[in-house]
Design a protein around this ligand. Structure first.
Ligand SMILES: [Zn+2]
Length: 103
């Protein structure tokens, strides 16, 4: 292995070399990051997430990476509602998402 250290979690998962300036490196650590990224890759796809992060200002990327990770894990746990099931209270009427749910 070349480079200064271990690959980030995303590159570890993708089995690729983690280059300097890797868009994922600040947000996915070597150990836990790989597990988080596995969920993200399964739901959104690595290239989509890298493009998405690239569009977001650097200052906001940490939050974005966290919420994407959260969304991905929620979507794996609940393929139908994903994180919407967390947003809606259990008693909320989810028949018309986008109206009652988010009021
Ligand atoms: Zn990397």
């Amino acid at each position: 292995m070349t480079g200064s250290g271990a690959p980030c979690g995303a590159c570890k998962f993708l089995r690729r070399k983690c280059v300097r300036g890797c868009v994922f490196a600040p947000y996915f650590c070597h150990e836990q990051g790989a597990a988080h990224f596995a969920a993200i890759h399964k739901v959104f796809g690595a290239s989509n997430v890298s493009k998405l992060l690239a569009y977001i200002p650097v200052a906001d990327r940490c939050e974005a990476a966290l919420t994407i990770s959260y969304e991905a894990q929620a979507r794996l746990q609940d393929p139908v509602y994903g994180c919407v099931s967390h947003i809606c209270s259990p008693t909320a009427d989810c028949q018309s998402p986008g109206t009652a749910c988010f009021a």
